[in-house]
Design a protein around this ligand. Sequence first.
Ligand code: CP3
Length: 347
Amino acid sequence: MTYNDRFIRACRREQVDRVPVWYMRQAGRYDPEYRKIKERYSLLEICKQPELAAEVTLMPVRKLGVDAAILYSDIMNPVASIGINFDIVPNVGPVIDNPIRSRADIERLRPIDVEGDLGHVLETIRILDKALEVPLITFAGAPFTIASYLIEGRPSRNYRLTKQMMYSEPALWHALMDKLGDMIIVYLRKHMEAGGKAFQLFDSWVGALAPHDFRTYVLPTIERIFDELADLPQPKIYFPGVSSGELLPTLERVRADVIGLDWRVSIAEGRRRLGGRTAVQGNLDPLVLTAPQATLEEHARRILDEGMQEPGFIFNLGHGLFPEASLDKLRELTGYVHRYSSDALAR
Ligand code: CP3
């Protein structure tokens, strides 16, 4: 089998013979084999065993036929190295022992030591670099999304404490953004040196901000992250998360190759708001996966027809897979995207 570089070519807006596809959260609980492994080990225990983490990364690639792998890890993993104790609580998400509330809490954060504290992540990437026949995407959480967990101490609906710090103590907020930005830049560079073929910055919750506030409080750090990593040859993806359509026009100076779209904005409208400067990725509502096959294909077809109007399109969901998704449906969807797009692109 030859190396499948369709995903990389699409990131670079080059011609492809069919549209590449991968799924956010493609390793996960919809897969009975994954649930078996989770009966024995927690997410963090899997991450600390590179051979096992690599295997869990490979499972969806084999089963679904996707064109890219995404490293099995979590956005919270690097914060262990800067001095935050946390756990990933099943059916809840990240829970922090010592939430950040004061200047002293921020001053205590240490610089990240990737080799010292996160060597297992680099080892997993090295194993995958040898094993994979598709590109490996690695990732980091973006500063706002990580900060929301660090400040709230757990998943949140309104980001009350997060916004309170942002609006009431902007100097503290910017100090935290700076420290998280530094952490992310070092962490992602190490991933790429270890063999990662692309990275995605997940800003899952930043769509909670008005465009004006995003520009003031978050965007400078996003721009700095992509500027400081611009020398890396690997494609770079920014995913501004759910409800981010209104933020797209503000991303003008972000040096990402690909922007991830959620389902509230069409692919054509997303491209328009981005000024046609980048490749785009998305954006099926993951709950469409619960619909009958014909409805699922109708939704996928509409996305593909818009996506294929220009080079630089990667099929994905608009947010992560949920545990109730089915392996069979996902496999069929992957096959459908490949068949429909290769027919259309051959014409
Ligand atoms: O995509 C993949 O397959 C790679 C693995 C991956 C995980 N987390 C493993 C995981 C990725 C890319 C992430 C990113 C992540 N983690 C994000 C950004 C993506 C998004 O969904 O917006 C966020 C916000 C987190 C924080 C987090 N971790 C949440 C909200 C949860 C869900 C809690 C739950 O139980 O429903 C987690 C846990 C988590 N991370 C799971 C997985 C597979 C599910 C629980 C498990 O299997 O142990």
